[in-house]
Design a protein around this ligand. Sequence first.
Ligand code: BES
Ligand code: ZN
Ligand code: ZN
Length: 509
Amino acid sequence: MIKTTIRDENIFDHKTDCLIIHCPEEKTPDDFLKKIDARLQGAIGRAFKDKRFEGKLNQTLLLNSNGSMKADNALLAGVGKKEEIDAEKIRQASGSAARLAEKSCFKKIACYVRSGEFKTAGRKEAPGAPDAMACATAEGMYLALYHFDAYKSPDKDNDKNRVGEIVLLAPDKSRRDAILRAVDQAGKVADAAFLARDLVAHPANTATPSFLADTARAMARKHGVTCKILGPAEMRKLGMGALLGVARGSHEPPRFIVMEYFGGGKKQAPTAVVGKGVTFDTGGISLKPAPNMDEMKMDMSGAAAAIGLMQAVASLRLPVNVVGLAPATENMPGGSAIKPGDVLTSMSGKTIEVLNTDAEGRLILADALTYAARYKPKAIIDLATLTGACVIALGHEAAAVLSSDSGLAEKLKASGAAAGERVWELPLWPEYEKALKSDIADLKNIAGPSVGAGTITGAAFLKAFAGDCPWAHLDIAGTAWTGEDKPYVPKGPSGFGVRLLLNYLQNNA
Ligand code: BES
Ligand code: ZN
Ligand code: ZN
């Protein structure tokens, strides 16, 4: 993580390339800004007057200080209406500012932590607390300054233009320890999100099922998570016919990743988190069209989020019990591949008629959900880039949540809003489940063409395998990857789900 220090220097006395200051939306500079404006000879006031900067969320204004203070530049970061400021807005504003600072080639940046002023920001129990403000600020900056360079030849010029040091100016000396702890936590959260992002960013010839398993094992060893990897032989023993069926078309052996972290009471039922790990989805014999097929390296984003989440939970030593599961395979059209019309027997005993081999995510998740139910968990939550239909319905702004338990869905919605990883609920009425009745087997893996509602029928299929456990499905097909820069998610993999489920576990497990 980028080197970060906390200092209690006066805002005018800190030497830095760029000093970031959060600004609420106002007609004119507020009292705090006026003091800085006096040094900058009215440049801020003029920007407000000309409406070049009004403090709107993610608006930025970069001003050279011309030696009027020790910071070479001041960077104002809009956080929106004062009464609406929350941790997510602080994360976004800090991310937007950090990215502008980096684009401007500033290597050492600082941010003044305006604590106590923004009463709605930060933790519920201590709104506006300096540690909560510092945490959101650091998290937003870290997440925004993510880079993935694994396949680029070393480029000294590139590295030179990266932010290498962050200073948080926090005048409240008495809260120094709390702020340090909060910033340390922000680093751990960002590290976990980066693990998920990296896994998704790797091309599929690197990120094979074995690579996912090896990465999970290494993460587990480092952070005190128990990890078990099942190969084809163990899968056969367990009767995972659906997962093995999908894997048949590929030369890469499948892996079933089991990660356990028991930080809570021994008797407490765990929460099970299951992530779809299709390391490349060609569609199989129901082959996908060639254009944009490269994007299907991200079809293991659910598994990546589950692995990242386990790291987050363990590195933060959360007092909760969590099991992370990730069925991992390629979906290839090899000579032994399953064919449309084939019937598979899943671990649950239910038989599945595979009418479209491109609806493979639900097949591997079927066995994973059955495996998850063996823990008698208090909830099973799966994450999957399951349907293109989800991208049609919600675009890239929210994941779909579908659940057998309305309370669980509500909790996930609340956590999503708090984490800035939004989810939107779709219904799971019995009519959709009926659409999956097969003529030859217990279920078919796609509904007929007249049914529509692709995201819902996908979820309805999964529901049949969650048993009696409270279960929720997150379709992250539209949110796992972003095609354009967002305030703290640079173009590319988002790590979606790690911070959402971390928030859920912090509040509910
Ligand atoms: N991995 C895809 C879904 C997907 C599409 C993820 C776009 C991310 C972006 C999934 O396995 C798939 O192919 N689903 C099919 C289901 C259909 C055959 C019922 C789809 O959405 O077309
Ligand atoms: Zn598919
Ligand atoms: Zn897929």
